[in-house]
Design a protein around this ligand. Structure first.
Ligand code: GLU
Length: 422
């Protein structure tokens, strides 16, 4: 991921705290409640000794941060990446609290991560590391306490190993409701794989209505071509937009005639990267962000849009598929330039929303149809967009502040009603 510069230099937890401070000021939040929200309730660090294929032992470090559970069990993904830090995981867990509150689903916020480079590991090494991690955090996760899910460089495969390990450890019966983002064969939900991108495409549809933009004459640039970026690109293309630039961790492509996303996805599936695809000219990751386009989708890592490049962004809509891609000073620049930013906690909330549907299906031992899942997602995220948009108009603040303050109000309500005990 060396091409995604900036991710290392800015501390995401400081960014998350600054966003909290700004929203707290706007609503005159009581200092004690502010302090509660500034501290995750629990952060666990675990050492994971893993036997590698060459028989050596390597000790990996993993984390699970549980930010807040006032509204329901902690919920959030697990990421595998060489740049994972404890502060990144803490920030991501706070953003999950806001995300679940905005989606108005009965979860709090959590996040996990392991410092590792999964692209350099065999499947067997990944399995041993994942099972060790599941074992190490098994006492703090559970179907009613903390429900993990996929995130950067994890997916159904890892979720299945975690479910299997936990089920064997805790009573030795199958507990699909422990974790979401599972393969269909073990209780995954139809529509979950596409859910983050699909939810994002619905929020862009709503934003376009507000700005009176026609999606069919819009152009799209997508930075990052993982799960969220691929489906965001594909579903915006399905709405009639033309995708003119795409990148992944190895490089980018640009074509004014539009890139065929279906073909590009197949190419990436085979080659593991978009680099070398027959269409378009090659550009860097930074250039993707600055591409002349109507809709920009940062779908990679944190701190990609900063005060250094925010002025160069021409998009009318920025829809954050990634978590934390824009810094607070860049937020202000985009707002001043009248770019409508759909913040991560709203734009990518489709993923956790369908995770909630998966959890409900598991608890009830039901299987819902894909159209049922997609319709419920559409209704939920459209309502969430309208809640954030009206808060932004009412308080005359950017969409990030609007979503943070809306979320804080909902979480604080729950904290106050429950009270402090002991
Ligand atoms: N990792 C995803 C996110 O950041 C999904 C979380 C979940 O489904 O629990 O929203």
């Amino acid at each position: 991921m060396s091409d995604f510069k900036g991710a290392l230099t800015i501390n995401p937890f400081e960014v998350a705290l600054e966003q909290l401070d700004e929203a707290a000021k706007l609503i005159n939040l009581d200092n004690g409640l502010h302090q509660i929200l500034a501290h995750p309730k629990r952060v666990l660090t675990v050492s994971l000794p893993v036997k590698l294929d060459n028989n050596e032992i390597r000790v990996f470090t993993g984390f699970r941060s549980q930010h807040n559970d006032a509204r329901g069990p902690y919920k959030g993904g697990i990421r595998y990446h060489p740049q994972v830090t404890i502060d990144e995981v803490k920030a991501l867990s706070m953003w999950m609290t806001w995300k679940c509150a905005i989606a108005d689903i009965p979860f709090g916020g959590g996040k996990g991560g392991i410092v590792c480079d999964p692209k350099q590991m065999s499947d067997l090494e990944l399995e041993r590391m994942t099972r060790r991690y599941a074992y190490a955090i098994s006492d703090i996760i559970g179907p009613y306490t903390d429900i993990p899910a996929p995130d950067v460089y994890t997916g159904g495969k890892e979720m299945a190993w975690i479910m299997d390990t936990y089920s064997a450890l805790k009573g030795n019966y199958v507990q699909p409701e422990l974790i979401t983002g599972k393969p269909l064969a073990i209780g995954g939900s139809l529509g979950r794989t596409e859910a983050t991108g699909r939810g994002l495409s619905f929020t862009v549809r709503e934003a376009a209505k507000m700005l009176k933009l026609d999606i069919r004459t819009s152009t799209v640039a997508v930075q990052g071509f993982g799960n969220a970026g691929q489906f965001a690109a594909q579903l915006l293309e399905e709405q009639g937009a033309k995708v003119v630039a795409v990148s992944d961790s190895k490089g980018g492509l640009q074509s004014r005639n539009g890139i065929d996303i279906g073909a590009l996805r197949k190419y990436k599936e085979k080659k593991g990267t978009i680099v070398g695809f027959s269409e378009g000219k090659s550009i860097s990751n930074e250039e993707v962000l600055e591409t002349d386009c109507t809709i920009l989708v940062p779908a990679a890592l944190e701190n990609q849009i900063t005060k250094k490049n925010a002025e160069k962004i021409s998009a009318k809509i920025v829809a954050e598929a990634a978590n934390g891609p824009t810094t607070p000073d860049a937020d202000e620049i985009l707002y001043k330039n009248k770019t409508l930013l759909i913040p991560d906690v709203l734009a990518n909330g489709g993923g956790v929303t369908v995770s909630y549907f998966e959890w409900l299906q598991n608890l009830r031992r039901e299987y819902w149809s894909e159209s049922q899942v997609n319709d419920m997602l559409d209704k939920n995220i459209t309502r969430a967009f309208s809640d954030v948009y009206s808060t932004h108009e009412k308080h005359q603040v950017n969409m990030r502040k609007a979503s943070t303050l809306l979320a804080i109000n909902r979480v604080v309500d729950a904290i106050k009603i429950r009270g402090l005990w002991p």
